[in-house]
Design a protein around this ligand. Structure first.
Ligand SMILES: [Zn+2]
Length: 293
């Protein structure tokens, strides 16, 4: 009985590092551009320093002009180019890679599975699934842009209203951008690894429904010091696609998760037809448990 094809690097089962880096770079470039523009706008506002007990700065800007800065800020952040656009495309690339991995694995496991990567990628169900992936990421990025714009507008307006030192306002704006950058990074990582994972579940599920290929998902964790106990404990165990979907649908399970699931063939009683990979995974889990005490 053939064994499933396991991820290339056991310490990062889900992979996708390169496409995550590309997406992150594009989003960072956009945020850097907006940051530079906003700080330029702040510097461009003339101020009078008034000293009573402590220094207060009077900003020479009309409410109307401030509003137009905020409007332009929002427009620049919500522009899908390049941030959201790149993330959507990279996530779709992740979904494609995940599908290809599922197709290759299922074709190795059984001759009943005769689909090719090309035939799957051009099929209607796959195209529909990708459309959902696109919509989901786009929505996430719209939300991110909207919240970032609102937070920055608040930092800017409050600073001006309170008469804060422009140097302090600039510092607060930079700090707010830092928060956005790490949030964007988390979205990129979560969406791309999520797509890599979901693509495998979707194809396994479709193969079960349309062709009758019985599989369960073998859980593979990174087994690193940062792996959550509830993820590491599943290493080498078999689960239904439905169980795995439900697990990830709750809360922040997908955030910073490097786990992957790989389909293995099972009989009518859900017993695996080959156990070599499963046994090896369980032994690795045993060593991990011993090492982490
Ligand atoms: Zn995990």
């Amino acid at each position: 009985m053939p064994e499933p094809i396991l991820p290339a690097s056991p310490e990062n089962p889900i992979g996708g590092t390169r496409i995550i880096i590309k997406a992150r770079k594009a989003i960072n470039r956009q945020l850097k551009g907006v940051q530079k523009w906003l700080l330029g706008q702040l510097t461009g506002i003339p101020t009078n320093r008034i000293t009573i007990n402590s220094s207060v700065y009077e900003y020479q800007i009309s409410p109307f002009a401030l509003e137009s800065i905020v409007r332009e800020l929002r427009r620049r952040l919500e522009d899908p180019q390049p941030g959201a656009e790149v993330l959507v495309n990279r996530t779709v690339a992740g979904y494609e890679i995940g599908t290809a991995a599922a197709v290759t694995n299922l074709a190795t496991l059984t001759t009943d599975y005769t689909r090719t990567i090309t035939s799957v990628l051009s099929s209607d169900p796959w195209q529909r699934r990708v459309a959902l992936v696109r919509a989901r990421v786009f929505e996430q990025m719209q939300g991110f842009a909207g919240e970032t714009a609102a937070d920055l507008a608040r930092v800017l307006s409050t600073g001006i209203e309170n008469g804060s030192n422009p140097i302090e306002v600039a510092k607060a704006i930079r700090a707010r951008f830092d928060v956005s950058r790490s949030r964007a990074e988390r979205i990129a990582r979560t969406e791309i690894t999520g797509a890599l994972r979901r693509a495998r579940w979707d194809e396994a599920e479709d193969a079960r429904i349309s062709i009758g290929i019985r599989t369960l998902e073998m859980w593979l964790s990174a087994l690193s010091p940062t792996t959550r106990a509830s993820h590491a404990s599943k290493h080498g165990n078999l689960y239904s696609v439905q169980f795995v979907r439900e697990f990830y649908s709750s809360g922040g399970e997908a955030i910073n998760c490097r786990c992957s699931q790989v389909s293995v063939l099972v009989d009518e009683n859900n017993q695996p037809l080959s156990t070599r990979s499963i046994d090896r995974a369980k032994r690795a889990k045993g060593r991990y448990d011993k090492a982490s005490g």
